[in-house]
Write a protein that binds this ligand. Structure first.
Ligand code: KET
Length: 432
C-alpha cells in the first residue's frame, strides 16, 4: 500500500483540504479508497440499496452471456429480431429538424408550447376545445417526470396526503409518490383467481388510475366499468390522477385509448394527467412527456400555472428540448402523424400476435394443463402471467429468461425466434 497526497483548493471558501489516497500494491496498484481529512468521515451511514425491480433486471440480463437469454423485464418495444425499434416517423422528423438548424436555447419552464398543445389535444380528444382555457400543462421529463410534478403539487396543495393506487401497480408509482411526501394506500384491482378486473371503490382522497393498458396486469376496465368508476369518484369527491404511459398500445388506436381521459374531463372531475411518449414514439431516452391539470376557471389556471413554474424551476429549471421537438413535429404534420399511427398499430399488432403464439404453443403444442387464456385476454405491453416468485427465479437461473418478480412479462421482448423457447421454459416451471 502506498499513499499520495492531493491538495484541493476551493476558491469560494479559501479552505484547503487534504485527502490521502490509498492504492493497493496488489491488484496492479488499483485505487481502493481515500481518507478525506476533514470533519466529515465518509458515507458510513449510507446503507446499500436494493436493485431497482425493473431496471435491475436489465443489468442482470446484460451480464448474462447465454446466447438464448431473453429480457422480458423492462417495458421497451423490440422488433421481431429482438432489436430496439426506432420509428421511421421519428427518423424522418429528426432529419427534417436537423435541416432547420435550430438553436439549443433554454425552453420556458413549462416547455415547448406547441408540443404541449398537440400532446394535450391528443389526450383529451373531442373534449379538448371545451377545456383548453382552464387546462394547465407543462412538458415533463417523460411520464415519470409528470408523475413527479403531480405528486409534488398534490403534496403541497391538496388537503389529503393519502394516494390510493391499484394493487398491483407499476412499482415506481410508490417510489415517486412517497418521495413527494404522499402516503400510499391501495385499492383492489386485480382478481388473482379469475385473472380479471376487480374494482372496489377506494374510500378517499387522491386516486391513481391507469388511463389504458394497465401495468402490470394488462387488465383495463370496460367502458361500462369506467362509467362505474366515474360514478364512485363523483359520489365520493375523489381527485383523479390519471397515468397514461401507453396511449395507442391498448387498442392500437390513439383515440380509442382516450376513453377515460375524455370521460373524466367532460364530467369536470378534478384531475391531473401524466402522458409519456416513451413507448408510443419509442422516445424512451429522450424523456418526452406532458403533465396537465384540469382547473375550474382560467383565473384558477393562471394561479396554478404560476406555482407549477416555481415547482419546475426548483426541480430541473426547464425540460429538454430535442425529444419534444420530435414529438411536436410528428403531431403537427398530417402525413407523418398518420404514418406514426400506423407504426403504433404495427407495434400493437406484433404484440398481439406474440400473445397468441405463446398461448398456442403452451396449450396446443405442449399440452399445458393450465389455462393460458389470460395471455390473450390481457392487453398492452405486459402479461401478468400468474407465475410465482420461485418460478420466476427458476426461469432466470435455469433458462436465462428475465422478468419481474411479480410474474409480469413484457410481451414486446418476445419474437418469433424466442417464443417457443419461452413457452418451453414456462411449461417446465409450471408442470410440477
Ligand atoms: N407509468 C407507467 C404505468 C409505466 O409503466 C411507466 C414505465 C411510466 C409511467 C414511466 O415511463 P417514462 O419512461 O418515465 O415515460 N414503465 C416501464 C419502464 C420503467 O419502469 O421505467 C416498465 O414498467 O417497464
Amino acid at each position: 500500500m502506498f499513499s499520495g497526497v492531493l491538495r484541493a483548493h476551493t476558491t469560494a471558501s479559501r479552505v484547503t483540504s487534504k485527502a490521502v489516497f490509498q492504492y493497493s500494491s496488489l491488484n496492479g496498484g488499483k485505487f481502493v479508497g481515500c481518507n478525506l481529512q476533514r470533519g466529515f468521515h465518509g458515507w458510513g451511514n449510507v446503507p446499500m440499496g436494493p436493485p431497482d425491480p425493473i431496471f435491475g433486471i436489465s443489468e442482470a440480463f446484460k451480464k448474462d452471456d447465454f446466447p438464448k437469454k431473453i429480457n422480458l423485464g423492462v417495458g421497451a418495444y423490440r422488433d421481431d429480431t429482438g432489436k430496439p425499434y426506432i420509428l421511421p416517423s421519428v427518423q424522418t422528423a429528426e432529419v427534417e429538424l436537423l435541416k432547420q438548424d435550430l438553436d439549443k436555447e433554454y425552453l420556458p419552464m413549462t416547455g415547448d408550447a406547441g408540443f404541449r398543445t398537440e400532446a394535450t389535444r391528443m389526450a383529451y380528444g373531442d373534449v379538448y376545445d371545451s377545456i383548453r382555457d382552464r387546462l394547465v400543462s407543462a412538458q415533463s421529463v417523460s411520464g415519470t417526470g409528470a408523475l413527479l410534478l403531480s405528486s409534488r403539487f398534490l403534496s403541497k396543495y391538496y388537503p389529503s396526503k393519502d394516494i390510493y393506487v391499484s394493487n398491483p401497480t407499476w412499482g415506481n408509482h410508490k417510489n415517486v409518490f412517497s418521495n413527494a411526501g404522499l402516503n400510499i394506500k391501495e385499492y383492489r384491482y386485480y382478481n388473482p383467481v379469475t385473472k380479471g378486473l376487480d374494482i372496489e371503490a377506494p374510500n378517499d382522497s387522491i386516486v391513481l388510475l391507469h388511463a389504458c393498458a394497465h401495468n402490470p396486469t394488462g387488465v383495463d376496465p370496460t367502458h361500462a366499468q369506467w362509467n362505474d368508476i366515474l360514478r364512485v369518484v363523483r359520489e365520493k369527491g375523489h381527485f383523479v390522477l390519471l397515468d397514461m404511459a401507453y396511449q395507442g398500445f391498448a387498442s392500437g388506436d390513439f383515440a380509442r385509448d382516450t376513453y377515460a381521459t375524455q370521460l373524466f374531463a367532460s364530467n369536470n372531475i378534478p384531475m391531473f394527467l401524466c402522458q409519456s411518449f416513451a413507448k408510443n414514439m419509442g422516445l424512451y431516452g429522450e424523456r418526452v412527456g406532458c403533465f396537465s391539470a384540469l382547473t375550474a376557471s382560467p383565473e384558477e389556471a393562471a394561479r396554478f400555472e404560476s406555482q407549477l413554474k416555481i415547482l419546475v424551476r426548483a426541480s430541473y429549471s426547464n425540460p429538454p428540448v430535442h425529444g419534444a421537438r420530435i414529438a411536436n413535429f410528428i403531431l403537427k404534420n398530417k402525413n407523418l402523424r398518420s404514418q406514426w399511427a400506423n407504426e403504433v398499430k404495427g407495434m400493437a399488432g406484433r404484440i398481439i400476435s406474440m400473445r397468441q403464439a405463446l398461448r398456442t404453443i403452451l396449450e396446443n403444442d405442449l399440452n399445458s394443463k393450465h389455462s393460458w387464456k389470460h395471455i390473450t385476454d390481457q392487453i398492452g405491453m405486459f402479461c401478468y402471467t400468474g407465475l410465482n416468485p420461485e418460478q420466476v427465479a427458476t426461469l432466470s437461473k435455469d433458462w436465462h429468461i428475465y422478468l419481474t418478480k411479480n410474474g409480469r412479462i413484457s410481451i414486446a421482448g418476445i419474437n418469433s425466434s424466442n417464443v417457443r423457447y419461452l413457452a418451453e421454459a414456462i411449461h417446465s416451471v409450471t408442470s410440477h
